[in-house]
Design a protein around this ligand. Structure first.
Ligand SMILES: [Zn+2]
Ligand SMILES: [Zn+2]
Length: 231
């Protein structure tokens, strides 16, 4: 197995998520960029200026690793979306496994990438991270969430209709959930929350009682006060 892994690394070397350099570190960052990544984990909220544990922006979960605001955070997410990187999938899967008590969950679920993007990039990074989380924690991976075709209609709708329509962007397969009541829902970025809200809505309809969301990055809604300060 170890030989295969070395061979795989030779053909597909691990790359730094921030600068793209080949790296031999056990984390998906080179020695220089780890210095950019670590501060991301303790950065203040870009909307209210408070530390992450004190920030009350938005209404959703606070279970995320870093704010999606600095150039390093944006580069990292862009690399994850564009380049297949087993080292990075393992790293974030392990981070989630360390973060949560696995006894809290019956299954781990994720919003699948669009078919168009899977075709374009050849992989679904969020699924891979969920898979690594599952492998490390022993919580079963459940591919129960599916995209519906409502996304295409979104453009033609009013804002209120759009919000209502957005809740139907996913459906959850109750058979695949096999009675799971408490799930960990993993995604890469939470922006408006519409994807995760739609997933949670679909999961509840399929009988899930407790949903814990976990994203790598989070964009808090910009508060007017801070908007005004900038001008
Ligand atoms: Zn780097
Ligand atoms: Zn905040």
């Amino acid at each position: 197995m170890r030989f295969l892994r070395s061979l795989e690394r030779l053909i597909f070397p691990d790359r730094c998520l921030i600068c793209g350099e080949v790296t031999r570190e056990r984390v998906p960052f080179c020695k220089d960029c780890i210095k950019e990544f670590v501060p991301l984990l303790s950065a203040e909220c870009p909307a209210c200026g408070k530390a992450a544990h004190e920030c009350r922006c938005g209404s959703g979960t606070k279970d995320f690793l870093f704010y999606y605001s600095s150039p390093a955070a944006k580069k990292l997410i862009r690399s994850l979306k564009h380049t297949p990187d087993k080292n990075a999938w393992e790293f974030f899967g392990a981070t989630a496994a360390n973060y949560f008590d696995k006894r809290r969950f019956d299954a781990v679920v994720f919003p699948p990438r669009t078919a168009k993007n899977i075709k374009k990039y050849g992989f679904d990074h969020v699924k891979q991270i969920a898979l690594e989380y599952s492998r490390l924690s022993g919580v079963p991976l459940c591919c129960a969430l599916e995209r519906t075709h409502r996304a295409a209609e979104q453009k033609l709708l009013s804002a209120t209709q759009r919000r209502r329509n957005a809740l139907g962007l996913f459906k959850a397969n109750a058979e695949k959930l096999a009675g799971a009541k408490r799930v960990l829902l993993i995604d890469d970025v939470r922006t408006t929350g519409s994807t995760l809200n739609a997933c949670a809505h679909a999961l509840r309809k399929a009988g899930v009682k407790q949903i814990t969301q976990f994203t790598l990055a989070y964009t808090p809604p910009v508060k007017k006060k801070y908007k005004a300060k900038k001008v």
